[in-house]
Design a protein around this ligand. Structure first.
Ligand code: AMP
Length: 584
């Protein structure tokens, strides 16, 4: 039996311990779960607290709690805890010792060796301090590897050939970006940049500040107790996490405080797009660092073959979106970004122990799922812009929501079509289901509809749409969403090809192009919106009305192809009249 060597990610906010066994990596869970908060403290009787217990008392007892010790590694200033002072190595050793105990409890025997990860920018003094922390904890540090190297190892452990990888690591309190070069199995960090004081904690602080301003300015509450602050802090972080998967977050804290002797309940909503505006300057900083690191590595954006996401804050939707826009390819996030570095350390540890290491397997969806909306493709307005909700390679189970807006005033129904595929034109993807949500409150255009997609490990896709104002909801379940849909693919392909031929049949290419511009874009969009609305009412209409609507839709399409605006308007008016009659 080979000797067990642990892989440890000693993080600023959280730390993890992992072990490679039976051909896979296990992140070993302790009483706090898989992530041990990197906090050390003393309870009111002077007993040592490590992990969640220390973190939970931080707000109330900051004088006997230590956080973010990683930032002080390599410094010599002693840190007071109770009546004693400790070196940063000694405090870190308390966290390492706790991880060692968690691992020994799991394995059932003592462990003496570990691979520990460090940031790529750590100086010799900081590395030396980390090694000493390991030794104080009773661990021989057989190797220290850079965090981006560990992450790359997870994704590329069986890679042959040459590749350049950008590792974007945004954690709770730190940000690093590195360019890693892979050359026939050798992984090397060629440039690294970062900000030791930028991370998810700053996002929390921005939301916290927004809540405090709301209390002070709109509710005239200025006396916010320490306890209330602590609750606001937690509520802010929860809201931030919710916004990674949903377009709105409710911030609700009952009995938060008292105003003039009357209990005050906090209840406010934060929209994702507002939050994204609030954190934009911080994200800009991370993109400045990306450009610096590329410059240092002598590379340009297009030289990068892969982007890997590391650190809990990379779950933020706008982070992934901006990286995709910048590099023109989706970043990879199959492996849990909180656990990726520890997993890489465990792989490295197994290699040192002489084990044959296999690539890490995670359950991901091989397809993108989404719906369609009015939007722009290459500058052209269309009704069929594909809006992906669950992206290819997302780990399953996964749930994602997105907000959509009704297109016309008094709209009573919305048709939700679910597609699988990658094409920007939804109709070129495979339709896997659709449903109609009827009886919407008749409001002005722009009323919010929230679509939610949930995909589980068995390939069951559940899609729901909810009118935000009323809670009116409709949903469908699609079994086997991960199967290949051969029949449907065939049908979609047939439709696609047929469309090309139809165009040729009816109008020669040149004329068609000319006529397209003859009908203004806005007319085209308006026509399509009316058609969509009519289709949404098919179920509710009598047979006669339905037939009339179908005839009118055909006539509208013909007028669009012919570029005949007068004819188009006449037909549109007639169709709108039927819609009005059906809706009222
Ligand atoms: P790490 O230091 O890598 O463990 O990352 C911790 C940070 O990730 C904390 O600021 C968390 O609030 C943040 N985080 C965890 N889950 C999410 C999420 N779903 N969306 C946004 N941030 C998250």
């Amino acid at each position: 039996m080979t000797e067990k060597i642990l892989g440890i990610d000693l993080g600023t906010t959280n730390s993890e311990v992992a072990l490679y066994e039976d051909g896979k990596v296990t992140i070993i869970a302790g009483p706090d779960g898989k992530m041990l908060p990197s906090y050390v403290g003393l309870d009111d009787k002077g007993g040592l607290l490590v992990g969640a217990a220390a973190m939970n008392q931080y707000v109330l007892n900051p004088e006997r709690t230590i956080k973010s010790i990683k930032r002080r590694m390599g410094q010599t200033t002693p840190i007071a805890l109770g009546d004693t002072s400790y070196s940063p190595q000694e405090i870190s050793a308390m966290i390492l010792r706790q991880l060692k105990l968690i691992a020994e409890d799991y394995i059932g025997s003592p462990v003496r060796k570990a691979v520990i990860t460090v940031p790529a920018f750590f100086s010799d003094a900081q590395r030396q301090a980390t090694r000493e922390a390991g030794e104080i904890a009773g661990l021989e540090v057989v190797k220290m590897i850079n965090e981006p190297t560990a992450a790359t190892l997870v994704y590329e452990s069986s890679h042959k050939g040459s590749k350049k990888v950008l590792v974007y690591d945004l954690g709770g309190g730190t940000f690093d970006v590195s360019v890693v070069q892979l050359e026939d199995g050798v992984i090397e960090v060629i440039a690294s940049h970062g900000n030791n004081a930028l991370g998810g904690d700053d996002f929390d602080a921005i939301i916290e500040q927004m809540i405090v301003e709301y209390l002070e300015q709109e509710k005239e509450i200025t006396d916010i107790s320490r306890q209330a602050r602590a609750r606001i802090h937690r509520a802010a972080e929860n809201a931030k996490k919710q916004l990674s998967a949903h377009p709105f977050a409710m911030i609700e804290e009952e009995y938060l405080l008292e105003k003039d002797g009357i209990p005050f309940h906090l209840s406010m909503e934060l929209a994702r797009h507002d939050y994204e505006d609030m954190i934009a300057p911080l994200l800009d900083e991370t993109f400045d660092a990306i450009h610096l690191v590329l410059k240092d590595a002598g590379l340009i954006v297009s030289d990068i073959d892969e982007i890997l996401l590391v650190g809990g804050s990379t779950r933020t939707a706008i982070v992934q979106q901006r990286l995709e826009e910048e590099f023109g390819m989706p970043p990879r996030f199959e492996v849990d970004p909180d656990l990726c570095v520890a997993s890489g350390a465990a792989l490295q540890a197994a290699m040192i122990a002489g084990e044959e290491v296999r690539a890490i397997l995670v359950d991901v969806t091989p397809y993108t799922f989404g719906t369609s909306a009015i939007g722009e493709i290459d500058g052209e307005m269309t009704l069929d812009m594909f809006v992906p909700l669950i992206k290819k390679n997302s780990p399953v189970p996964v749930t994602r929501s997105e907000v959509f807006y009704t297109a016309s005033d008094q709209q009573e129904a919305v048709n939700v079509t679910v597609y699988q595929g990658e094409a920007r034109d939804a109709t070129e993807n495979i339709e896997v289901g659709s449903f109609l949500i009827k009886g919407l409150q008749k409001r002005r255009a722009g009323s919010e509809i929230i679509a939610t997609f949930s995909l589980d490990t068995n390939g069951l896709l559940q899609v729901s749409a909810k009118e935000k104002a009323t809670g009116l909801e409709k949903s469908i379940s699609i079994a086997n969403a991960l199967s290949s849909y051969s029949a449907e693919s065939l049908q979609a392909a047939r439709k696609k090809v047929a469309r090309l031929f139809d165009d040729d049949d009816e109008t020669p290419a040149e004329v068609s192009a000319g006529n397209q511009s003859a009908t203004s874009n806005s007319k085209r969009v308006q026509a399509n919106a009316v058609i969509d609305k009519a289709r949404g009412l098919f179920d509710a209409a009598s047979e006669d009305d339905r037939e009339d609507m179908i005839d009118l839709i055909e006539a509208i399409n013909a007028a669009l192809s012919a570029g005949d605006e007068d004819e188009l308007q006449g037909q549109l008016d007639e169709l709108s009249e039927i819609i009005f009659y059906l809706e009222s």
